[in-house]
Design a protein around this ligand. Structure first.
Ligand code: SAM
Length: 396
C-alpha cells in the first residue's frame, strides 16, 4: 500500500479470519472483531521487523495476528478474560507457542516503562451494550455516559504514554458512530482530542471498506464503511532552558509557584539532568485569584491554556477545576517551536510543603528542594530517578 492518506480495504487477508469455533465462544459472535488487513499496512509503514507492538484493547487478537504475519513482536492486553483465552488460542493455532496476551486494564498497563515501539489498536466503542454478563470495573464498553467513556479513554492514554518508548508511535482506529436512538456521536474526533492531550498528533488516515454499509445489529449501529486511523507519537518537545527561564521570570511576579520536574533540576544544577527537559512543571496554590493571574500572564505570552483539553477562560470556576489536578499551557510559535507548561494546583506533595520546606530561589525563580523534585518524579513513575539522584549526590 502506498503512502496516500486513505486506504481501501477490499477484504481481509486470506486465512487470517477468526475461526468460527472461536467466534461462537463469544456471546456477541465477535461482532466487534476487526480485520487483520486493517492493521497490516500500519505495521509496514510505522514499525520495523522485530519491533515490540502493543494492542491495549486486543480483543480477539487481530493486531497480534498481523504482527505474527509481519514479523513484529505482538503484545496484547484485554479486560475480558474469555476474549484473552480466545485470542491466545487463535495465536497458538497459528504456531505462536507463547502468546504474549494478558488479562488487564488498559488504564493500568502491566508493563515496564518505555517498552513498546508502537501501539496499534481499535478502540472499544461507546454504547456497545451487547455484553450479557455483568461488566468488570473499568470495562470501557460499560461506560454509562459519553463523559465517563472519554475519562476512561483519557486514563488509558496516560498509562499508554508510560509504557511507550520516547520515539514510539500510537495508532488508534476509531469511527464516528450513531447510537440506536439516532444520535450521532463524533467519537473519532473526540478520541483525537484526547490523544492530543498526551501525544503529538501526526496525521489521520481514512480506511474505506468495500463492503455493504448496513447497520450492525448492536446498539452502536452505523451506516459507515470508513474509519479513521489516528496517528500520533510521543511528544518530541525539548525545552530550551533559556526560554523556560524567561517564561518563568515573566510569571514570577504574578503569583507564588515552585518549579518541579526536569526544569527544576536544570535550574538548580545545570547539566545534571543529562538531557533536555521536555516541559515545564510548576506547582501553584489552589487560590483561584493566583491561578487566574498565572492564566492571564500565560495567555499574554501566547499560550493556549486548557484543562484536560478544554479551553480555560478567566474568571475560573473553582468547582469545575476541582479534581482535575492541573492546567496546561501550550505555545506554538510560527517557527514550529512548541513549549508546554503544566500548572499543578492539586499536587501529591502540597504547594505549602513545597513552598515552605527547603525551596531555593535560583535567579528569581523558586525551585522545590531536589529531594521533593525526586520524590515527585518517582511518584510519576519516571524511571531515571536513581541515576539522577546519584548525579545530584542525594541518597535514595
Ligand atoms: C473493538 S474491541 C477490539 C477488537 C480487536 N481489535 C480485534 O480485532 O479482535 C475493544 C476491546 O476493548 C476491550 N476493553 C474494554 N475496556 C477495556 C479496558 N479498560 N482495558 C482493556 N481492554 C478493554 C474489550 O473487552 C474489547 O475486547
Amino acid at each position: 500500500m502506498g503512502r496516500q492518506s486513505w486506504h481501501i480495504l477490499e477484504e481481509d487477508l486470506t486465512g487470517t479470519a477468526l475461526p468460527n469455533d472461536l467466534r461462537v465462544r463469544d456471546p456477541n459472535d465477535a461482532i466487534d472483531c476487526g480485520w487483520v488487513a486493517q492493521m497490516v499496512w500500519a505495521l509496514r509503514e510505522f514499525s520495523q521487523p522485530g519491533d515490540r507492538v502493543l494492542d491495549p484493547f486486543c480483543g480477539f487478537g487481530s493486531t497480534l495476528v498481523a504482527c505474527e504475519e509481519e514479523g513484529r513482536a505482538g503484545f496484547g492486553c484485554d479486560i475480558d478474560p474469555e476474549r484473552v483465552a480466545i485470542c491466545r488460542e487463535r495465536l497458538r493455532r497459528r504456531g505462536v507457542t507463547d502468546p504474549q496476551v494478558v488479562i488487564g486494564d488498559a488504564r493500568d498497563l502491566p508493563y515496564p516503562n518505555d517498552l513498546f515501539d508502537l501501539c496499534l489498536t481499535n478502540l472499544p466503542y461507546f454504547g456497545f451494550d451487547s455484553r450479557p454478563q455483568s461488566p468488570t470495573a473499568g470495562d470501557i464498553y460499560a461506560s454509562p455516559s459519553f463523559a465517563q467513556y472519554l475519562e476512561l479513554l483519557s486514563q488509558a492514554c496516560r498509562s499508554l504514554r508510560r509504557v511507550l518508548a520516547p520515539s514510539a508511535t500510537v495508532i488508534i482506529m476509531a469511527e464516528n458512530i450513531r447510537l440506536r436512538s439516532g444520535v450521532f456521536v463524533p467519537l473519532a474526533w473526540e478520541a483525537a482530542r484526547i490523544l492530543a492531550q498526551y501525544f503529538e498528533l501526526q496525521e489521520e488516515r481514512i480506511l474505506c471498506y468495500r463492503k455493504p454499509s448496513a447497520p450492525a445489529a448492536t446498539s452502536t449501529h452505523t451506516n459507515r464503511s470508513h474509519e479513521y486511523a489516528l496517528v500520533a507519537r510521543q511528544r518530541q518537545t525539548r525545552v530550551d532552558i533559556e526560554t523556560a527561564r524567561t517564561t518563568l521570570l515573566d510569571l514570577a511576579g504574578r503569583a507564588p509557584f515552585v518549579v518541579i520536574g526536569s526544569v527544576a533540576v536544570e535550574l538548580f544544577a545545570p547539566g545534571k539532568l543529562g538531557r533536555a527537559p521536555r516541559d515545564i512543571d510548576i506547582v501553584v496554590d489552589s487560590n483561584s485569584e493566583h491561578l487566574e493571574q498565572l492564566v492571564l500572564a500565560l495567555q499574554r505570552l501566547g499560550f493556549i491554556v486548557t484543562s484536560w483539553g478544554e479551553p480555560v477562560q478567566v474568571p475560573l470556576d473553582a468547582n469545575q477545576l476541582q479534581g482535575r489536578f492541573y492546567l496546561r499551557g501550550e505555545r506554538l510559535s510560527r517557527s514550529g517551536e512548541r513549549l508546554l507548561i503544566d500548572l499543578t494546583y492539586e499536587s501529591t506533595i502540597s504547594f505549602t510543603t513545597l513552598w515552605t520546606n527547603s525551596r531555593t530561589v535560583c535567579n528569581g525563580i523558586s525551585v522545590a528542594s531536589m529531594r521533593h523534585v525526586l520524590d515527585l518524579m518517582r511518584l510519576a513513575n519516571k524511571d531515571d530517578v536513581p541515576e539522577l539522584a546519584a548525579r545530584l549526590g542525594i541518597p535514595v
